[in-house]
Design a protein around this ligand. Structure first.
Ligand code: COA
Length: 259
């Protein structure tokens, strides 16, 4: 499928999704959100895709929801927009494959929320993060009120949201938002190395772990631990488990088939 507002390339098991509206710092218009929703579904279905990397064209990752597009929204239109945004974030978060955000520049508002729906956030030294919605008299609408608090704790999340402070990559790493910070020129190659490392692991195990870790955040500990028991035991019915354990015992590299 071809997309109007994003570039999409699948190579060697890695799906690279590049948001491509550099003139407006890759702001998330309804068109971009619809493209992102479709591409997440395409990548999920494609058996050749093992890992997804999200990034932005130009000097921004995503500088937020499209402010010009939002100017005349009625409350009903705003509701449809936040639901669309949530659909996109949920779709990436619920993919069975790992999603890595490679943050090349501004990740603000909906851009930071797209990062929060990813499994890991890697940042260039030029990256900047923030939730500036209160500058506009509105509030985060694509998941930050919940996901940011899960990642950095509720106090830090409140502070970032109420003050609209923009933080750099090192500070984002210090508060646990970002996994690693790289030189700008190295960002994509370093994130690709991480993607390849993750791809070499058992895909059934990653899919089950991702689903259970995400689900576990919203339910009671006992129920979450039961999900872990079910996930762990279900993997013993997979070919991946047979291959992984046999490869270890035979002192060879595992060749997982995602079955
Ligand atoms: N929605 C729509 N357009 C946006 C945008 C957004 N979220 N963010 C930036 N743009 C546009 C600007 O309007 C400008 O367009 P123009 O060239 O037609 O004037 C272009 O992108 C470049 O942005 P500019 O502000 O000139 O760049 P800058 O380097 O001076 O500042 C930012 C960069 C990110 C600090 C600034 O653009 C900004 O604050 N953006 C809004 C961030 C925000 O509030 N996001 C949350 C939205 S809910």
């Amino acid at each position: 499928m071809s997309y109007k507002t994003i570039k999409y390339e699948v190579k060697d098991g890695i799906a690279a999704v590049t948001i491509n509206r550099p003139d407006v710092l890759n702001a998330l218009s309804p068109d971009v959100l619809n493209d992102l929703l479709s591409v997440s579904e395409e990548a999920e279905k494609d058996k050749n895709v093992k890992v997804v990397i999200l990034t932005g064209e130009g000097r921004a990752f995503v500088a937020g929801a499209d402010i010009a597009a939002m100017k005349n929204f009625t409350t009903q239109e705003a509701l449809a927009f936040t639901k669309l945004g949530h659909g996109v974030m949920n779709s990436f978060e619920r993919m069975s494959k790992a999603v890595l955000a490679a943050v090349n520049g501004f990740a603000l508002g909906g851009g930071m929320e797209l990062c929060l729906a990813s499994d890991f956030i890697y940042a260039s030294k030029k990256a900047k993060f923030g939730q500036p919605e209160m500058n506009l008299g509105i509030m985060p609408g694509f998941g930050a009120t919940q996901r940011l608090a899960h990642v950095v704790g509720i106090n830090k999340a409140r502070e970032l949201i109420y003050t609209c402070d923009m933080i750099d990559a090192e500070e984002a790493k210090r508060i646990g938002l970002v996994a690693e910070v790289y030189e700008a020129e190295e960002l994509i190659s370093k994130v690709t190395e991480k993607a390849k490392l993750i791809m070499s692991k058992g895909p059934c195990g990653i899919a089950a772990t991702k689903r259970i870790m995400n689900k576990g955040l919203g339910i009671a500990m006992d129920s979450a631990l039961e999900l872990e028991q079910q996930g762990f035991s279900a993997l013993f019915g997979t070919e991946d488990k047979l291959e992984g354990i046999s490869a270890f015992l035979e002192k060879r590299k595992a060749d997982f088939k995602n079955k």
